[in-house]
Write a protein that binds this ligand. Structure first.
Ligand code: AMP
Ligand code: MG
Length: 493
């Protein structure tokens, strides 16, 4: 299967070296007719790789899984996971391979991972494949998140394989090359904890510490410090999701990273009208992963991580449980602090230690009651700071309630020392104009699946600068027209 490949990457594969027992060496299925659909030149540069070389046939062969680059040690990673609350002791990469790790131009270690590269020993009954649409979706949403400043895995490329894969209909197959700080998940720890190989859990924890929380080695209890690091990173991450209206959609423990990056863009989507009960995923019948439930679920997942790590916290089980429980219970406060700080910034409130919880909650209640578009409203508020209240006001069917709220908010602002222009500019740096609007994403993916990638590329360009309003792009700032109807998303399988 493999052909000689140019030395595109300089690998240094610590997962392969450190974590035998947590992977199966494996090779990608061959793609009959690989064709590059999208390449992330900025990310390639960050990785120290020549995008042109990657786009040439030898590079595309690597991105398709047809050639193993020098230095790669492809493995399917083992992990377990709670899916919608039910535990599966053996999930693992059913259709993905970790090629290895590279140090980027900033010296950061990054995983290179192929998704959709064929069946592995973890594939169970599934085909190991991925379709073009969902892989381009992961690409565009991940880039949007990155541009919004939210930690995320990113797509380096999507290659159409030339395969047709069986879903509801036959769909073109694709391989996504994913770049991540690592692919360590809560589920990796659940897998290690459930296996009776005595050193595996500790090796995994030490590996995670050295990659993501190196300062933990200077504390009294490095494994508790590791747990604290993950609790804090996830509190921050989920707060950031909430602040832009992002719904992950499938927050299973195998889809929650140790690094604090967002991973696995399946049924995810952004809210338009603000409503905490919003669910887009077609399989989330109970609303377990609804927008407003994401902080609770993050804490639930972290409890599963604590259970897995427990043997490392100390020999005295009672003390270990007490320490883990204390740490877990710090999650709501941490989350709240990140979220309130973020909300205050969105509202231009920057003075002192105030909570401003009432002003925040009242606005959100108004948005919910009047089904106002979350993104448009926050962006319009900077105009109100500069004297044009109409832009925001016109979004409300019953503007009197907005007027009353706005008066109180602007009174609060008037007590601040900061000049209104500086406040408005600061608000525009955190309230995006452009998010991946559901109808725009669907349009871009549908046309791409039909062979026209221009709307996809244009959407990528728009979303690369989410805070910078540009003329001619008005339609990208609009919520979906009513005719778009109730949005439904599907897991990318
Ligand atoms: P996800 O919901 O995408 O996070 O996937 C959950 C689990 O199902 C993981 O173990 C995946 O590797 C596996 N999986 C999803 N789709 C496929 C597929 N088409 N073939 C093999 N395994 C899959
Ligand atoms: Mg997953």
């Amino acid at each position: 299967m493999s052909v000689a490949a140019p030395p595109l990457f300089t690998f240094d594969n610590s997962y392969f070296r450190d974590l035998e027992g947590l992977y199966e060496p494996w090779q990608a299925a061959s793609a009959p007719a690989p064709r590059l659909l999208a390449i992330n030149a900025d990310l390639a540069t960050e990785l120290g790789v020549d995008a042109d070389a990657l786009s040439a046939p030898d590079g595309v062969a690597v991105l398709a899984g047809n050639a193993i680059p020098d230095g790669a040690t492809p493995v399917a990673q083992a992990y377990a996971g709670h899916q919608f609350g039910g535990f599966s002791p053996r999930l693992g990469d059913g259709r993905a391979l970790l090629l290895g790790e590279v140090l980027d131009v900033h010296g950061r270690r990054r995983d290179l991972h192929l998704k959709g590269s064929g069946r592995t020993p973890f594939a169970r009954g599934s085909d190991g494949k991925a379709a073009v649409g969902p892989m381009l979706r992961e690409y565009v949403i991940g880039e949007a998140m990155h541009a919004l400043g939210i930690p995320t895995t990113r797509a380096l490329a999507v290659v159409a394989t030339g395969d047709l894969i069986a879903r509801d209909t036959l769909l073109p197959g694709a391989v996504l090359t994913r770049v991540a700080a690592s692919h360590l998940r809560v589920g990796s720890f659940q897998y290690a904890a459930a296996h009776d190989e005595p050193t595996l859990l500790r090796r995994l924890a030490d590996h995670a510490i050295s990659r993501h929380y190196p300062d933990a080695v200077h504390t009294d209890n490095r494994y508790l410090a590791l747990f604290e690091g993950v609790v804090d990173a996830q509190a921050s991450l989920v707060a950031r999701w909430m602040l832009v209206g992002f719904i992950h959609g499938v927050m299973n423990t195998d889809n929650m990273t140790i690094s604090g990056e967002t991973i696995d863009y399946g049924p995810c989507a952004f809210i338009d009208a603000f409503d905490p009960a919003t669910v887009f995923s077609s399989i989330d019948h109970g609303g377990r992963y609804a927008y407003g439930n994401q902080p609770n679920i993050a804490q639930w997942n972290l409890a599963r991580l604590a259970e897995a790590l427990l043997p490392l916290f100390g020999v005295d089980t009672d003390m270990a449980v007490a320490a883990a429980t204390d740490m877990l219970q710090s999650f709501p406060d941490r989350y709240h602090r990140y979220w309130v700080d973020g909300m205050r910034a969105k509202l231009g409130l920057c003075d002192g230690e105030q909570d401003d919880r009432e002003i925040i909650d009242e606005l959100l209640a108004l948005l919910q009651a009047q089904r106002v578009d979350f993104t448009s409203c926050f962006r319009a508020l900077s105009s109100a700071v500069l004297g044009d209240r109409e832009r925001a006001r016109s979004l409300f069917a019953q503007p009197a309630a907005f007027d009353a709220w706005s008066l109180r908010w602007q009174t609060e602002l008037s007590h601040q020392a900061r000049d209104p222009h500086a406040t408005a500019a600061a608000m525009d740096r955190v309230n995006p104009v452009y998010i991946p609007r559901n109808h725009q994403v669907e349009h871009a993916l549908a046309t791409a699946s039909d062979g026209d990638l221009r709307p996809f590329q244009r959407l990528l360009d728009v979303l690369a600068q989410p805070f910078h309003k540009r003329s001619g792009l008005e339609s990208y700032a609009e919520p979906a027209p009513a005719s778009f109807g109730q949005y439904r998303t599907f897991c990318g399988t």
